[in-house]
Design a protein around this ligand. Sequence first.
Ligand SMILES: [Fe+2]
Length: 282
Amino acid sequence: MKDNDIDKPKGMWLRQSIQDAMTLALPEKKFNENKIDLVEIDIMINNLGKNFEDFKILNLTDIHLGQWITPEYLDELIDYVNTLDFDIITLTGDYFSYVIDDYKLAFKKSMQKLRDCDGKFAVLGNHDHWMGSKIVTDIFKQSGIINLSNDSRVLSRGEDKINLAGVDSCTVCADNLDKVIAKLEKDIPSILLAHEPDFAEESSQTNLFDLQISGHSHGGQLIIPKVDTAPLRGPNSYKYPVGIYKVGDMIQYTSKGLGTNSFRIRINCKPEITIINLKNKN
Ligand SMILES: [Fe+2]
């Protein structure tokens, strides 16, 4: 997989040094489950087979390890995740931020600690390309995590099936939806993992996907109470920055993610672990 320099931030080492100093100064570095938003939502899917009723997808996204989130925090977070009720785990990108060599072993250790379930699946985010996609995908391989970037798998339960597909990061122009579509089994429900939520504009046009799961936005790190809107939006998360949307016939779900960008600010926007519970719409 070739990495792409599109929009790659300048001065990664300098950015990381500033981050390291600020993280060191944090009064509280430990994981605290009370400071996490465990979002559990039902998503209605057309023609979902009865064996997939209440099928639970646990999604983690935007860990940005080494940028505020320390290896110790991630380790404790995975311990907490392992206590939760889910069938599969999905990971929707940006596992690293500005450096990778100092954190790749810690990331691998945490990924290898994820408990056994019916499958672990991931796509890459823009930062993963900037840091080195091969390092990240090798860690997935060594951790029993299937890389679904521009790929798809059929999940079966009894006589029922769904497509679980993934598209690579559109921020770095690594997305190849045609390749994904060629791998989809026809006439069964399809779920797409896509790091960037606004990719829903493209994926929904195909009328092939029931649900897209994304991150990338960090929920804008600021959500205005009552109206639940995120005013701070970046590229590829302008349209669908946080929560649930209907895009054509497809449902778009955007997680607030776990890490933050350069500034460790989250106002009314806690870090999120998502559990999506599938329900048959018919
Ligand atoms: Fe991202």
